[in-house]
Ligand binder design. Sequence first.
Ligand SMILES: Cc1cc2nc3c(=O)[nH]c(=O)nc-3n(C[C@H](O)[C@H](O)[C@H](O)COP(=O)(O)OP(=O)(O)OC[C@H]3O[C@@H](n4cnc5c(N)ncnc54)[C@H](O)[C@@H]3O)c2cc1C
Ligand code: FES
Length: 317
Amino acid sequence: MAKIIYGGQSYECGENSVLDCLTAQGVTVPSSCHSGVCQTCLMQAVDGEVPEKATAGLKPTLAAQNYFMACSCYPEQDIEVVLPEAGTGKLVARVTSVEYLNSDILGIRLKPTRAIEYKAGQFINLFKDETTARSYSLASVPALGEELFLNVRKVPSGLVSGWVFANLKAGDGITISEASGDCFYVPGNPEQNILLIATGSGLAPLYGIVRDALLNGHQGKLSLYHGSYNTEGFYLVGELTELAQTHRNFSYVPCVSEEQAPAGYSSGMVLDVALADNPDLSGWRVFLCGNPDMVNAARQQTFFAGASMREIYADPF
Ligand SMILES: Cc1cc2nc3c(=O)[nH]c(=O)nc-3n(C[C@H](O)[C@H](O)[C@H](O)COP(=O)(O)OP(=O)(O)OC[C@H]3O[C@@H](n4cnc5c(N)ncnc54)[C@H](O)[C@@H]3O)c2cc1C
Ligand code: FES
């Protein structure tokens, strides 16, 4: 049975991940998603082999230095691991503004102290302290300015979102990670139609992706559907309406599911409305972000409507 060596101690790993094994022994390893997505649980192997799955999605430069994600690392042989040197893959950013986009969602603008490479729609991790971080999607577009733009929804009793709402203010310095994730626009097929569906702050990555696609001269349809129970749940309505007025291939459809829809809004669940408007998705690219139940149902139903699985990009949160 494989052993994990950490801090001069040896632990039986059993069927557990490195993260579960070490945290069960009282070792503090930062973590968030526990599913190999956010890269908060980054560790480094100083001896032994890292299973390939534990490096999926990591920058090749990090993987080449034996960094890996502890939550998806199930070692088959003994492995000696360390926490990354303070600062690896992290940087400081200055908060330039904090504003309410609606009563539940804050728009946070950040200026990193050094340039970071990213694509609109990817995510960064925002650290509340040394060991507590959560992922937030980038609604900004690199070509439009150096500030990063995040949309943070308040989660009841949420550790990091609660801290953001209670404490974060312009002028603060915070620690963030480099960007990662595969939910972004790839140029090269400018005539392809693109369907984008979001609920809540799932709009953040899609707001970035739409503007990035338009900047890249995308010609195919860009059809954005944003769902909310009531009209108070929408935000960036003015910006999106203006984009739709100035780009004939972009449409923006806010969908209200539990209230009478006023003029300019559609009535119904966002996925139902999007599929009723676009019943044949053969050859389309699809982006799905927000509520995990919506995203999982949409992944299935857009596939049944003809979209290829490899053309469906999703960030459930
Ligand atoms: C790739 C990715 C991108 C993301 N992008 C964004 C983004 O752009 N904007 C954004 O607001 N969030 C985003 N998230 C979600 C974010 O990372 C956090 O999970 C969220 O802010 C909750 O963290 P917290 O520390 O406030 O709550 P926690 O302390 O982690 O959770 C508190 C309680 O709320 C429950 N809970 C956790 N998450 C949710 C939820 N989403 N809805 C309802 N209950 C919940 C937990 O089960 C727990 O009981 C993203 C997540 C991922 C993986
Ligand atoms: S906690 Fe391991 S990748 Fe998110």
